[in-house]
Ligand binder design. Sequence first.
Ligand SMILES: O=c1[nH]c(=O)c2[nH]c(=O)[nH]c2[nH]1
Length: 294
Amino acid sequence: MGAGMGAGMGIVLGPNRYGKAESRVVRIVRDTPRHEIRDLTVSSALRGDFEAAHVDGDQSAVLPTDTQKNTAFAFAKRHGVTSPEDYAIALGRRLLAATPAATGAEIAVDEHAWDRIAVDGDGHDHAFVRRGTEVRTTGVDVSDDGVVVTSGLRDLVVLKSTGSEFKDFLHDDYTTLADTDDRILATALRATWRYARADGIDWNATYDAVRALLLSTFATTYSHALQETLYAMGRTVLETHEEIAEISFVAPNKHHFLVDLAPFGLDNPGEVFIAADRPYGLIEATVTREEETS
Ligand SMILES: O=c1[nH]c(=O)c2[nH]c(=O)[nH]c2[nH]1
């Protein structure tokens, strides 16, 4: 009963809980060249006797939601993520133990599944494709001039956990970004390619072949920038498919920021990242044949 609130009016605090929702925790295991990825959305909530925080504005029993978030990232390193269940139990126990007023800690973990990109029949060591997000697209223009087919895909989400750098870029007074020799490169690719003709094309086989080329080129090309990766993918497609006149890309740079775990006595050599939602870089490029531009 909240003595300090609604005194005499019969108003009391009902059920309540609080926590940090949807921390995007990405854990890379990189003890060997064959990396593993666990990609989690983690939410925590504490329940218990937090009446004083609501009724009296007294935060002394409240473990901040910011601390709950920090613990989620630190535990991705300290405890590791062998399964969402094991990680969630460890995190829940820790938050409960750290908060005397809590009687329960609820942890929800969504795991986003990644498959290794297949290159020559083998799963790549550090390049991954997100399971089940992509959409195949096509648009056709039919007129007296003929039929123009532009096909493609969107939301092909790919990530490489090494083999990507970004440095020696232009600096001005507002530049704060540090050079990096090793970063996560990830994007939700949108690619559209225009066919040079509409006759005699095996649409399904071509789609499968282009998709496979995009993936294998992403996986095997060392990246100096997303721009270079897009150009490499486009060039390979045009070199391999004479029936394709031009290919265009729209690629959000899905930033993964290394989490500073030093305050918790933990190093973080490229293992625990926060997957940022927005803002994101947006890189767009068309790769075409010389005759198309003249
Ligand atoms: O691949 C990249 N291209 C950029 O143009 C850019 N800009 C930036 O801040 N990071 C990156 N990464």
